[in-house]
Design a protein around this ligand. Sequence first.
Ligand code: C2E
Ligand code: MG
Ligand code: MG
Length: 713
Amino acid sequence: MQHDGDATILVVDDTPDQRDVMSILLRQAGFRVFTAENGSAGFEVAQAKHPLLVISDVMMPEVNGIELCRRLRADSNLHATPILLVSAMRVDDQSAVEGLQAGADDYLEAPYDPMRLIAKVTRLTERARFEEALRESEERYALAARGANDGLWDWRLKSNEIYFSARWKSMLGYAEDEIGNRPEEWFSRVHPDETEALEAEIAEHTRGESSHFEMEHRMLHKDGTYRWMLSRGIVVRDEDGRASRMAGSQSDITERKQAEEQLLHDAFHDALTGLPNRALFMDRLSQAVERVKRHPDCSFGVIFLDLDRFKVINDSLGHMVGDQLLVEISRRLEGCIRTGDTLARLGGDEFTIILDGVKETADAVSMADRIQEQLHCPFNLDNHEVQISASIGIALSTLSHDKPEDILRDTNIAMHRAKSSGKARHQVFDTTMHFHALELLRLETELRRTAEGEEYCVHYQPLVSLETGQLTGFEALVRWQHPERGFIYPEEFVAVAEETGLIISLDRWVLREACWQVRAWQRQFPEQQSLTVSVNFSARQFSQPDLVEHVQRVLKETGLDAGCLKLEITESVFMSSAESVTALLRRLKGIGVEIHLDDFGTGYSSLSYLHRFPIDVLKIDRSFVTRIGAEGENAEIARAIVTMAHSLGMKVVAEGIETESQFAELKSLSCEYGQGHLFSKPVEALRAEKLLTNLSGQKWLSQPGLKASHQSL
Ligand code: C2E
Ligand code: MG
Ligand code: MG
């Protein structure tokens, strides 16, 4: 019979000879033996050694065998330990009953037959072992029943060995014999990011601070990948309340975890570029703002980037190419940022960056420069070479930024300032911009409120033939008659109307009003049958598919001859898709309307498009006319423009003629028409009508005498 090292027996006897004989017999049978010379010593040894069996003499001084039985049975750790009582005398019934009542498992009379001793000892120890094994296997079975798919483990804390079930091992890609029974088999495979937390969870539970432990962590699979596992376990305590074992399960939750992570990722990232989206950006921004509040010497910068002319690319090359461009831009921007910075796509063609730790404006500016440089290289998309620029707004964190929205608003204002001052540049926010923006917002709200036509009116400024001095027509200029603020001039609100799209209906209202008015004058003044009207059209009109039909309809409804209508456009029209603009201009000319290019010389001033676009008349910008001095000096630019226009077959209008000498000089350059305060400021319809009455048959001439007549208007 083989007994393992755990098969320890405690022999308690006050007679040394008896102790020795029994010890020798038991050792020969393969047991380990501890001895004690009386009941109280025996109890101490039992507590220390946890023997598998206690054999005790009944008759001993002080604490006898029966008393020892009672003490062992009362001890929470030792109450199940089998006890064999030995009596040197013939034991009477009374003491047998007493012994059994005290908790002894069996009796042996001395002198005893050694064979009989070993038989009893073997039976008692085997039963003890069996009972322990049963208890363990019952616990194990209970765990297994929780989920056949789970891996199971059972950790004997005293010997520090773990039983891992075959399923536990196969979940990690290992065969039964490839994993041993040491805790390291488990803990060495836990993802380094989670090892500490897992150990803490287990320790907490072991200390009795939690009902069980449960944790999601990654485990290294044999194939080298990490898989997500849910580990759960519960401690088994001995009678003392000390953790003796811990057992539990492991479930593979990789798929669930991946689905969760995907959902989480999708919620916070832009599907097209993979960059953080607005939600994640705002979250990071709010963290940054909070950090600055707590530590005022922390700081950061924010960049707000909006692509210039992205809509043109989308409209002309299609959304697929537009998307591709956004993706490539994202990659280039990623190349510009440093670790710790957050680059996000806010939506559409808007990108934002949090510049971590940036203190100086100059640092944010150099980042903006780097971005512009990166975007400057052409993109090759679907065999189209596309060139792009961006308008960038910059703001640095301050303590006045209470919410993330505050600093984002500042960068947005600065970005719009960059746009309106010519695009492809950056602008650093300053507080005056904020007030300006508030003002614009107010204007915008009021513009929207103003029902079409209700608060607008049209003023008319005469156009004069410089050669004959005769009034040939009027330019229609809109004014906003604000109930509280009086006349508001286009300079103050046209840009806002452009930005918001309100300009489209505004321009159309002006067109109808002006055509109607001029046609009425033509009827009223028979000698003014060919009186013309020039109407300003925003570039945004050219994105309206019904533009030509609309103009036609207005002409028909007002009865004005198409040849009397001049549409004034600016160079910005050519910035959108060239082909569609050319087609529209040709169709307008086709119905008899003339196209005048306004403010020439102030915009992009590329001569190349003058060839390509069907333009009838160039209007020299006021700034070139103003330069012309009393002696006709500084007229070079005006002269160059007139010469060039004539060589391209176009006529010329000079804007802003204020002096006789400018009039004379332009006339000498063969500039066909003029407009300016010298002749008349823009005036209300009623005054324009008076002008027509007074001028009937008269002319403006480059003569001092007639200047007086114009002043009397
Ligand atoms: P614009 O089309 O170049 O109009 C000429 C501007 O120069 C007018 O300013 C006119 O009052 C001013 N002006 C004319 N002669 C003189 C002069 O001798 N000296 C000076 N100092 N100024 C002179 P206004 O009416 O303030 O209009 C400004 C701009 O607003 C216009 O420039 C035009 O681009 C835009 N605008 C006006 N009405 C409309 C409209 O109905 N639709 C659109 N889209 N834009 C309009
Ligand atoms: Mg104009
Ligand atoms: Mg102009």
